[in-house]
Design a binder for this molecule. Structure first.
Ligand SMILES: [Ca+2]
Length: 218
């Protein structure tokens, strides 16, 4: 496979490693090891942010930058740090962040988010009136695609995946899409829900993944 594939795997592994480490109730004795994992993850994400991959991975640099910025304070809390160019250090916290990726190379799946006011964030309309921002449309590879909304209006946000190229799904088995739904991204109060959805052979069109509620409801 190409270099960009291995870079994507490094990106993906970095995220999984960092997420596992941070979500684990780390004991004092394990802090150093945990910090090392998060530090490596931060360096890998920074590398992806600074060295854009080929056209298959359009937009992954910005998504990696968002992840790297969120890792830095967590690593500092573990007693470590990693170098992040000051020009890339930003306050990228947000009320809502949604990330979609999928298990098959060369598949085109699209993240759609329906907002409370009836607008849909979609590749053809990536910037919505309330400030929703969809990352670049990935038309091959494994994703990710990201929806980012700094200040969310109250209401329901419905997350959908649109299977655009079903012929490229694995004909011999299931293909899986994974959505991560974050509230309070990059803040101490951050929380997330992970939703996996299996796609059948030949399945195409839109499929509802889940709903994220903001304000007014528990
Ligand atoms: Ca896509």
């Amino acid at each position: 496979m190409s270099v960009s594939f291995s870079q994507y795997r490094a990106y993906s592994a970095a995220l999984v490693g960092a997420r596992y480490t941070i979500s684990t109730d780390v004991q004092l004795a394990a802090l150093t090891a945990a910090g090392g994992i998060v530090e490596r993850a931060g360096l890998q994400l920074t590398d992806v942010a600074l060295n854009p991959l080929d056209a298959r991975w359009r937009g992954i640099d910005m998504i990696a930058l968002v992840e790297a910025n969120a890792l830095l304070p967590k690593l500092k809390a573990l007693g470590g740090s990693f170098e992040l160019d000051p020009r890339l250090t930003r306050n990228l916290e947000s009320d809502v962040r949604i990330v979609l990726d999928w298990s098959n190379d060369a598949a085109d799946i699209d993240l759609w988010v329906d907002e409370p006011n009836g607008e849909r964030a979609i590749y053809s309309y990536p910037r919505t009136l309330i400030g929703g921002h969809l990352s670049d449309d990935m038309t091959s590879g494994f994703g990710p695609e990201e929806y980012f909304l700094r200040r969310a209006a109250p209401g329901r946000y419905t997350v959908r995946a649109n299977v655009y190229s079903p012929d490229r799904l694995d004909p011999n088995g299931l293909s899986r899409v994974t959505a991560l739904l974050f509230r309070d991204w990059g803040r101490p109060s951050q929380r997330e829900e992970s939703i996996d959805l299996d796609l059948q052979r030949g399945q195409h069109g839109e499929v509802r993944i889940g709903t994220l509620k903001v304000g007014g409801e528990k």
